[in-house]
Design a protein around this ligand. Structure first.
Ligand code: AMP
Ligand code: MN
Ligand code: MN
Ligand code: MN
Length: 283
């Protein structure tokens, strides 16, 4: 019988309103506790802004809280996400990378808006900036505007037609190189985890090349499940985590109640005994 998605106690990949999530850090922690999570990381895109608030709420609930962030990088021209976990929130190397990525986000948004204009859409830059407010500005803000204005029926269609990596071909080389980011962080006393390895346009051969580089450059882990991952892909990732000696991490990648996301603390079953779990050393 196929193993279904199931609720777990550990969730090391989630988003709040400080990036593109639906709930505030406080609301997200409340929800995680409600769902039975007992070890939790907030991993907003390119920002540590939500950590203090989430941590404070976690302390009130007696929830074990891990500092996290999902960093945007690229490898061979492919945009890649890396989750850093269990760092000191005043780590200067990490703060510098986050600041650089935030500047890139603003610049990239201008260029995204220009590309949309070329396709006959209105200039959405100012509205996207306003919609993001204090959150990290990203493609989901453009997607919301395209839905709200009736150009597409939902966010998925917005990515399909306008915002997906293929559609934004000209904007490929925007993020810092994975090698550079790993070089800056690999001696900084934190876990460096490749996020959702199956979500990139890579064959298994290329994915193995990536994992080889990731390990060689100082990466310490990889997600073996992200939300509603197919069980056969979880099994493959478990095997690869052993083959490349990368610790296994897990998470829902929860963004909110709308869209394709799993609930906090919910993701496809893993074989805990067959991998080296990233959180074992924290217990
Ligand atoms: P960005 O960080 O600006 O590159 O935007 C990437 C984010 O867009 C991802 O973290 C997802 O939250 C969201 N996203 C990507 N693809 C889709 C999709 N097909 N439908 C809805 N949201 C998506
Ligand atoms: Mn996101
Ligand atoms: Mn991601
Ligand atoms: Mn994510």
């Amino acid at each position: 019988m196929p193993e279904a998605a199931t609720y777990r106690k550990v969730d090391l990949h989630t988003h709040s309103t400080r990036s593109d999530g639906h709930f505030s850090p406080t609301e997200l922690v409340d929800l995680a506790v409600e769902q039975g999570v007992s070890l939790f990381a907030l991993t907003d895109h390119d920002t540590l802004d939500g950590i203090a608030e989430a941590h404070q709420r976690a302390v009130e609930h007696n929830l074990s809280f891990i500092n996290g962030v999902e960093l945007s990088t690229q490898w061979n021209g492919v945009p890649l996400h890396m989750v850093a976990l269990n760092f000191a929130p005043d780590n200067e190397e990490l703060l510098a990378i986050v600041a650089e990525n935030q500047a890139i986000r603003l610049d990239r948004a201008r260029r995204i808006a220009d590309l949309l204009v070329k396709q006959g859409l209105p200039d959405l830059f100012e509205e996207a900036v306003a919609l993001a407010g204090e959150s990290q500005l990203g493609r989901p803000h453009f997607a919301s505007l395209l839905v709200e204005k009736g150009f597409v029926k939902d966010a998925n269609k917005a990515f399909d037609r306008y915002l997906g990596n293929k559609r934004l071909g000209q904007l490929r080389d925007v993020w810092p190189e994975l090698e550079t980011v790993l070089a800056k962080l690999s001696d900084q006393n934190m876990e460096l985890v490749l996020a959702h390895p199956k979500r990139y346009p890579l064959t298994v051969t290329k994915l193995k090349r990536l994992l080889n580089d990731f390990k060689k450059w100082g990466g310490t882990g990889m997600e073996i499940v992200s939300g509603n991952e197919r069980p056969d892909s979880v099994r493959l990732l478990e095997r690869l985590s052993r083959e490349f000696d990368l610790k296994a991490s897990v998470g829902s990648d929860y963004h909110g109640p709308f869209g394709p996301w799993m609930q906090v603390g919910k993701f496809t079953q893993i074989h805990e005994s067959e991998v080296d779990l990233v959180w074992r050393s924290w217990e």
